[in-house]
Design a binder for this molecule. Sequence first.
Ligand code: NGO
Length: 532
Amino acid sequence: MTTDSPLSRRAFLGSATAAFAAAPFLLGAPQAAAGSLTVNDRSLPASLSVIPRPALLTPTGGPPFQLTPHTAIVVRHPDPAARQAAEQFAELLRRSTGFPLPVQDESGSPQAILFAVSDEPTGAEGYRLDVTPGLVAIRATAVAGLHYGAQSLRQLLPPETESTTVQARPWPIPAVHIADEPRFVWRGAMLDVARHFFGVTEVKRFIDVIAAYKINRLHLHLSDSQGWRLEIPSWPRLATYGGSTEVDGTPGGYFTQADYQEIVAYAAQRFITVVPELDMPAHVNAALASYPELNEDGVAPPLYTGYKGIQVSLAIDKDITYRFAEDVLTTVAGLTPGPYLHIGGDEALATTAADYRLFINRIQQIVQTLGKQVVGWEEINTADLAPGTHVQYWADVKKARAAVAKGGKLIMSPCKQAYYDQQYNADTPIGLNWAGYTDVQDAYSWDPGSCIADVSETDVLGPEAPLWTENIRTDADVEFMTLPRMPGLAELGWSPVAGRSWDEYRYRLAAQEPRWTAMGVGYYRSTEVPWQ
Ligand code: NGO
């Protein structure tokens, strides 16, 4: 492993560091609706340690609900998708309890878990959850809310619920009332499958972890200089040649269209929208190596397997570049039901400012013609942003502010807190550290709604944690870098800011550990967390 900063970023970070110093992250700005909240605290038992912290969680006392072989799951919701949400929850519980848990429309059982429509509106993702001795009721206006209610319920059950084999034990659910809805619409995690390739099974494992914490966007970084990871039938060498290697020169790989669709469907069942990124006009060596005509001089460079960023660009003034862009974006748009296409746009250091603007404006038009919304890294602020453009802040508050001034909405990925490719500390072996160490507390202690002075919460879509993979090579590496940081990001994206405290949160975080162990998922055993 090497921890040198990539040169491009070393230069770039001069201004970013100054900007951070001038705008410290603000914490604890009170929210209007916060007064009535019951906040989990250290005195609550581990069985109530729900992450993200619900807006309102009240233990109601009294005996728990006991899940038994006679429990049925009853669906009473007009949306047919409600049954799928219930079925998915039942499937999870069947593995560990061994109970039949039939999903049905009517309750023939004295003991039921109800997935029902709510009388009072709960919004696009909110829900109510009531646990009493005879009934567990999740009620929501929208099916997404039922799904999120079920995720909270999972965490109220014993950790063994997450086991993939049958566990003989009682299954109590403590009596509570929860009324909950998210603060932000965008709660994202990014996986870079370009620097090191991760296949369908590995991506599904990643989805399993983020879904448990109500994350609702999976940003897949599908192309970079070190690899092109999606089959494009009209440009086959992108995947077969451009995807053949990865950082370190080990064999790469790519998603066939069917693979990609399998991931999209798996994510959608968990209410996660895939945001595909094809990074342009820089970070494209794999494409340039696959097709000489995309190069300014018509000469294909060799494949690149180093870990540092290299300065390359698509030929901005060639028509073929835009035919290429249109073809690949049309292909990915056709495979992606979600509304977003991420066009990258970061670190175009080999492209002049004027060329860059021209390029991004043309790409934006292509994306609009495809009926999709543009997402791009903060550098796209210099282009003419179309309405609805999402801009991903990562290092420079000035660029983020400029994007907002042009009507862009921000996805917050501050590299010092949300880049999960950064090492926890000097003793953890995996990761880069050009943005500084990001321990578990750092990753939790910022606020997406107020982390950039002069940007108001209404211009913020929510947080996202990018996991770049220059030196993250295996599933185990991904898990080590993701846990225990990712639940914190989920909480920043979901929970009210009032009452948030690391000192309280770290106990709830510690209570998650037996769940990860039951799931067979690895994590970094940080000394900051009071593990049980
Ligand atoms: C930067 C760069 C990526 C690197 C990452 C490593 C952005 C947006 N571009 O973030 O290519 O992989 O840092 O931390």
